[in-house]
Write a protein that binds this ligand. Sequence first.
Ligand code: GAL
Length: 359
Amino acid sequence: MAKRLLAVLLAGVMTLSLAACGGAGGAAPAQEAAPAAAAADAAAGAAGGDLSSKKVGVCIYQFSDNFMTLFRTELESYLISLGFAKENITIQDGANDQGTQSNQIDAFIADGVDVLIINPVNSSSAATITDKVVGAGIPLVYINREPDADEEKRWADNDWNVTYVGCDARQSGTMQGEIIGDLGLDALDFNKNGKVDYIMIEGDPENVDAQYRTEFSVKALTDAGFEVNCLTDQVGNWDQAQGQQLVANALSQYGNDIEVVFCNNDAMALGALQAIEAAGRKVGTDIYLVGVDALTEVVEDVIAGSITGTVFNDHVSQSHSAADAAANYLKGTKNEHYIGCDYVKVTTENAQAILDSLK
Ligand code: GAL
């Protein structure tokens, strides 16, 4: 499955990265992900039963998060394919509470895990987490929620076995803005005020993914010469129910003036779609809607035309890179301190191919 997915995505990335060059920032090219995964397959074979006795502790910020559910499921199965034993992989739910997660990390350390993979509840707690884990002599792979630049610099300066695996959220925001911008002002400007009137539904505001998607989606529009008008900007914490409520409120307040609904992720876009349909509006006819992640349901909606587009947040590449990095540390091999991947724009043009590759 992974090979087919990568083949489809590489084809997409090669075309799409041309259009997304402004927002790609520090993201490493996705092309690197394929050889990395293939090399890991080979390395796993070479390592023999070496990893089967190693204990892996995984901390996820919140199990109920749709995207992180895809991520952790793929992470576990790929760790097993590398040679780790299922019974030696423990995945904990931080329940969106840093105190809970910190206790889980303490317990993993006391239990003598060989490597930790951590999706922090608060990225701002990374320095404390790193000190604790490095102090215990355990290699550490952060995923999904990127610690700040000062924290990442400490890993390099001290040559610690600590890395971050993730995508550059600026790229995903840029792609959202481009999906909307590509429609052109004539299609977007239902109320004919010469502007793109939008609402923004944000994820957790502490998170750079939310900050960058919010900023760069709009920047892509203004960079393309559009005038924009933000009607409201609300925090929906990555959550479908909150997204639905916020968009329902916005629709009753701003009505037909809302031309575009930007959601920082797909779960909230699904909530937004429920609110849009309940208000008697129709995506593609009198309003547009974009998300990020490429959840299966959303890709199906893109094919059906009920969601304008999304951006594939490659949980396959990210989870494989995280597992590969953990395995490398255990074999005494260093990793880069930042391991990136590319997002992929999803519109009606490639949605079916993306969906097929995800199955
Ligand atoms: C983002 C993802 C969101 C949510 C968030 C959690 O990358 O797009 O859906 O999972 O991570 O930090």
